[in-house]
Design a protein. Structure first.
Length: 81
């Protein structure tokens, strides 16, 4: 597994999986898969094995990925037209 876990967010604004999913326009399951695959870096809070750990996301990184995805889809729309 190629996970990308970072120690802190760029701007200190950390968001939950559901908020990241809403910004990206995908499901929470997709956000979790992207995190596990290393596509979307995450911040882990809480200890593994000590109950439930939380995965948080850097808001700036999520918004940057959302902008990249919008630009890619806009390009695809122009090519298809």
């Amino acid at each position: 597994m190629n996970r990308t876990c970072v120690t802190s967010g760029e701007d200190g604004l950390e968001i939950t999986t559901s908020t990241a999913a809403r910004i990206l326009g995908v499901t929470t399951g997709t956000v979790n898969r992207w995190s596990r695959s290393g596509y979307l870096p995450y911040l882990q809070r809480g200890e593994r094995g000590q109950g439930r750990s939380r995965w948080l996301y850097d808001r700036a990184a999520v918004e940057r990925l959302a902008a990249e995805r919008r630009a890619a889809f806009a390009t695809l729309g122009k090519v298809a037209a």
